[in-house]
Structure formats: C-alpha cells, structure tokens
Design a protein around this ligand. Structure first.
Ligand SMILES: *[C@@H]1O[C@H](CO)[C@@H](O)[C@H](O)[C@H]1NC(C)=O
Ligand SMILES: *[C@@H]1O[C@H](CO)[C@@H](O)[C@H](O)[C@H]1NC(C)=O
Length: 337
C-alpha cells in the first residue's frame, strides 16, 4: 500500500513517464484512444509496480488491469479502465467455501463474495469476467469444479444473476480458453452461452483468453465468433493474449494477424497476459510470450501489433473523413450557402 502510494506520487510529481527504452513509435494506448479501443494488460502482480520501469511502460501502453486496490489506484492515477478477472474460477477457492455442501448456503456465500468485491470497486471496475474456464480444457462439456459439485450446471446462471444484482451497470463476461483453436469446444461454448441468453441470463459477452501455442487460430475463426455472438446481442473481447513459441518471427506474425483480424471483426476490448517477458509465464520451455523483452525493449510482436492497430485506426479515420467530406460538399452546394 505504502509503495503504491509513493509510485503514484512519483508519477504525479514527475508529470512525465519514467524513461524506458523507446519503441520509436506512438504508444498502443495513443493509437487505441483514437478509435475508443481498449488495449490492456492482465496478470499484473501489484508488487511489479514497485519497478518504476514496469509502471511506466504499463501506464504508457496499456489500459486495463487486475482487481486489487493498488492496481485500481494506479489505474485511476493513469486514467485507465479496470477489468475484474475471475469472480468464479475452478482454481484456488478458499476452505470456508469448499466446506459448504448445502446449495442455499453456497449460493449465499457466492452472493456475499460478489457483493463485497463488486461494491468495493463500484464505479472503478466497469467489466468483470464472472466465470472463467467453465468448460473442460480440451472441450467435452462443463468442468465439474467446486461450484458445479454443489450447485450443478446452474451455477453459471446463478453467478451471472448474482453479479448483475451486485453491479447493475458493469459488463459481465464469460472467460474461456482454447475455443479459437478447438472447434468442438468453440461449439460447446456457443451452446452454453446461447442457452444462457435464451433463459434471459444477464451476460454481455465472451472473453477469449487467446493463449496461443505455436499455431495461430485459423483465419476467419475470430470473425465468425464475433458474428455469431453479435447475433445473440453479445460482444466478443480478447482477455489474455500471449504467444508461446521459440520462433520470434512466427510470434510477431501471429500477434499481427490476430490483432488485425480482431479489429477488423469489430473487437474493441483487447488485453494481453502481461506485456514484459520479465514477468511472464509459459508452458513452452524457453518461450518469451509477450511484446516487450525482459529489459522493456519492444520486440517484433510489439511492432506487428502496433502496425495492425495503427493501420486499423488510420483506415477507420480515413473512412470517417470521406463521409464528412461528402456532407461538407453537400452543404457547400446547398442553396442557403
Ligand atoms: C473446513 O473443514 C475442515 C475439515 O472439516 C476444517 O478443519 C476447517 O477448519 C474448515 N475450514 C473453514 C475455513 O471453515
Ligand atoms: C519461424 O517462423 C517463420 C514464420 O512463420 C518461418 O518462416 C520460419 O521458417 C520459422 N523458423 C524456424 C526455424 O522454424
């Protein structure tokens, strides 16, 4: 807490960001802001903010974070949007919860937890991953997790209803992995979510984790998902993107291709699972999955991401300029002129 406060004071009094290796480009944040896009980073441990370089790169490049006080304060000081991740997850649940076997009591505990967290960050966290990884990793139905064991498959619906009550205006998302690469799991998620929508469960969208190992999603898959969820009235976001491979060229290509397709498809909320390889997690030994290296130098993946974003933004701005141009021409030609 003390550390966080002093970092914020440092940024406030210094007025300008800490110097870190220049990317030689505009920041992702600057480009994204031109079209109201969110580019963010998750997987931030608040202690990382003690590293002034980490804090500076984050403030300059990224727009959203995890859900702890320190991070929320940092985000406020740097005019960032904050997303809460994982109100319900299969991992790491506390003993007091695991000890409850009666559904009513279990639901009440969920409600108490959601209320405590969501009310604490009311007005500060405007979107939540309410349920993460509900499906079996390789597909094939719902995971029989701690919530399923007591409440059955209805726990997902319960969670969204409780979350909506606790945070009437927040965006509520379901977060899932590997759906972009496993067709049957993609269909499984769609069946689950369309079922929720049909029942009137308050859900606003999908958060694709987008942890990629070696192979990019097949072109068109992200676009198809955006279209099919849009038809249900839902938004698709990218929540935890990173690319695990030892081939830096391939990594850069995948970053660029995924971001391009996502933006073209209409995705406006994109987060990465961190941004510096200094604080990265990988299951491919030796892989460096993120956009900046351990010393905060921008990598190929940063530049392909930046290009995809900048091209998208410029294209969109040109399109708008053409429309305004037509309108101006007409008004100049109008009789009253
Ligand atoms: C959960 O149950 C175990 C075993 O009955 C007990 O030892 C433990 O204290 C309980 N934990 C909580 C937090 O209630
Ligand atoms: C790395 O990826 C690039 C781009 O896909 C490819 O052309 C190249 O052959 C790969 N290099 C190795 C060593 O596999």
């Amino acid at each position: 807490m003390k550390t966080a406060t002093s970092i914020i004071a440092l940024l406030a009094t210094a007025g300008v960001a800490y110097i870190y290796p220049s990317t030689g480009t505009t920041s992702l944040r600057e480009e994204a802001a031109k079209k109201n896009l969110l580019f963010g980073s998750g997987a931030i441990n608040p202690t990382y903010l003690e590293d002034p370089e980490f804090a500076a790169v984050l403030a300059d490049q990224e727009l959203q974070l995890g859900n702890i006080d320190t991070l929320v304060q940092f985000a406020e000081a740097n005019n960032m949007v904050v997303k809460g991740h994982g109100l319900i997850s299969s991992c790491c649940n506390p003993n007091y919860l695991l000890n409850i076997t009666r559904p009513e009591q279990f639901r009440a505990a969920m409600k108490a937890h959601f209320n405590a967290i969501m009310h604490r960050y009311e007005g500060k966290v405007d979107r939540w991953d309410v349920v993460t990884e509900a499906l079996e990793t390789q597909g094939g139905g719902l995971q029989v997790n701690d919530f399923y064991k007591v409440l059955g498959p209805g726990y997902i619906e319960d969670a969204f209803r409780i979350a909506r009550e606790a945070a009437p205006y927040a965006k509520l998302l379901i977060n899932e992995n590997l759906v972009e690469s496993i067709p049957s799991k993609r269909q499984g998620l769609y069946n689950l979510v369309s079922g929720l929508v049909a029942k009137g469960v308050p859900i606003d969208g999908i958060a694709l984790q987008m942890h990629i190992t070696e192979v990019a999603p097949i072109p068109g898959v992200i676009t198809d998902m955006v279209n099919s969820y849009e038809a249900l009235g839902l938004e698709v976001t990218i929540a935890e993107m990173d690319v695990h491979t030892l081939n830096a060229t391939l990594q850069a290509d995948i970053y660029g291709a995924v971001i391009k397709e996502a933006l073209d498809a209409g995705i406006t909320d994109i987060s990465f699972w961190g941004f510096t390889d200094k604080h990265a997690y990988t299951w491919v030994e030796g892989a460096k999955p993120l956009m900046f290296d351990e010393n905060y130098n921008a990598k190929g993946a940063f530049y392909t991401t930046h290009d995809a974003l900048q091209n998208f933004v410029h294209q969109a701005i040109n399109d708008t300029a053409v429309h305004y141009g037509c309108r101006n021409t007409r008004s100049v030609a109008a009789p009253a002129q």
